[in-house]
Design a binder for this molecule. Structure first.
Ligand SMILES: *Cc1c(COP(=O)(O)O)cnc(C)c1O
Length: 377
């Protein structure tokens, strides 16, 4: 059975982990955390990036730093992972779900304004499949209504919008380095703080409420408890794993892109026959081949396709069940306007195996299995 995903491994991870262990510095903010942070900031042109224990904890930090209070509302898509929503609840906000665009599966920037009330405080832009939301429109709305913009760029590492790296565009950006993402440290993530107003508080929040970071930079002569905080530092052992991945960032990117392009070329004739819809990449976006999905006619056909693929030794999977229809979504949020595309489009979507190191043989096997399905239609 060809798996849907396997964690990325380049070969240098063990060596770096060994170095981390033998320098006897395995807690947070050690050598490898610094190396990863410097690399990421430089590569993506980020003002300030802090490694965290997950993208969820990065979103938690963004939510806490935003300073919501009870009754405040955050606008987000319903077609996303639970973390996007649950982090906003942690910060005391209530959720207002906005419909998505059928072409990119991202929040529909033209439906955001209708979801704004006098309680709205923030917009969360989720860059699904590493394909950017229409950020200029979102930033313009945020400016006019004085809203915070949080980018859930969990899937968007190495993607860009009009030349700007995803995660560096809003007030906050959040990355995931979970094993299912393009670059991994097992469990881990990062918060990008792009708005100067939150930088100092971000360090304090991440370091149990202390000004430890300032102390290590020699900016204060005592290290003390200054504010509310939590613990969001990943172990340097995890950062060592990530560093190996970052040193092979382009190789991983190219490998995934080769798979993506092979799928695309093989399935385009099926799309031309009108049997499926392919992923749409707007011209303002450079994506990162995080995912390859197709959209079938409806839920029934998707179910048939997934079992056909399984019978042919391929694990293909659907994705999010819209949050507004989940028990917690009903409790904590409401859908703004009508659900024109969120449910119907998510019902059609299926993802093909995509990971670093997927062999050309396995990839061609996936393609053959998919083509066979459509030949039999
Ligand atoms: C993976 C993912 C997350 C959560 O990332 P973790 O690092 O596992 O916490 C959040 N949002 C989106 C859109 C994701 O794809």
């Amino acid at each position: 059975m060809i798996p849907f995903n396997t964690p990325p491994y380049t070969g240098d991870e063990i060596e770096y982990i060994k170095q981390s262990v033998f320098t006897h510095k395995i807690s947070g903010d050690g050598k490898f955390t610094k190396l990863c942070t410097e690399w990421l900031e430089k590569r993506f042109g980020a003002k300030k990036l802090l490694l965290t224990t997950s993208c969820t904890s990065a979103l938690d930090m963004a939510s806490i730093l935003s300073g919501f209070s009870a009754g405040d509302e955050v606008i987000l898509p319903s077609f996303t992972f639970s973390s996007t929503a649950t982090s906003m609840i942690l910060g005391n906000a209530s959720l207002v779900f906005c419909d998505i665009r059928p072409d990119t599966m991202n929040i529909d920037e033209n439906k955001i304004e209708a979801a704004i009330t006098r309680h709205t405080r923030a917009i969360v832009a989720v860059h699904y499949a590493g394909v950017s939301c229409e950020m200029d429109t979102i930033l313009d709305i945020a400016r006019r209504y004085n809203l915070i913009v949080i980018e859930d760029a969990a899937q968007g590492v190495m993607s860009s919008y009009k030349g700007r790296s995803l995660g560096t565009i809003g007030d906050f950006g959040c990355y995931s380095f979970h094993e299912t993402k393009n670059y991994s440290m097992g469990e881990g993530g990062a918060i990008l703080v792009n708005n100067d107003a939150y930088m100092e508080r971000a360090e304090i929040l991440r370091e149990k409420g202390t000004n430890r970071s300032k102390f290590f930079r020699g900016e204060v002569d005592k290290y003390t408890w200054v504010d509310f905080g939590d613990s969001y530092l990943p172990s340097d052992i995890n950062a060592a794993y990530l560093y190996a991945q970052l040193m092979h960032a382009d190789e991983i990117y190219n490998d995934r892109m080769t798979t993506y392009n092979a799928y695309l070329e093989a399935l385009r004739p099926i799309a031309d026959r009108g049997l499926i819809d392919l992923q749409y990449i707007p011209e303002y976006c450079v994506h990162n081949a995080h995912m390859f999905y197709i959209k079938l006619k409806d839920l029934d056909e998707r179910t048939r396709f997934i079992s056909h693929m399984k019978e042919n030794g391929v694990c293909s999977v659907f994705h999010y069940v819209p949050l507004h229809s989940a028990p917690a979504g009903r409790k904590y949020g409401r859908f703004s306007g009508i659900d024109e595309f969120t449910t119907s489009e998510s019902d059609r979507l299926v993802r093909l195996p995509m990971y670093y190191g997927l062999t050309p043989e396995d990839r061609d096997h996936v393609i053959d299995a998919a083509l066979k399905y459509f030949r039999e239609r």
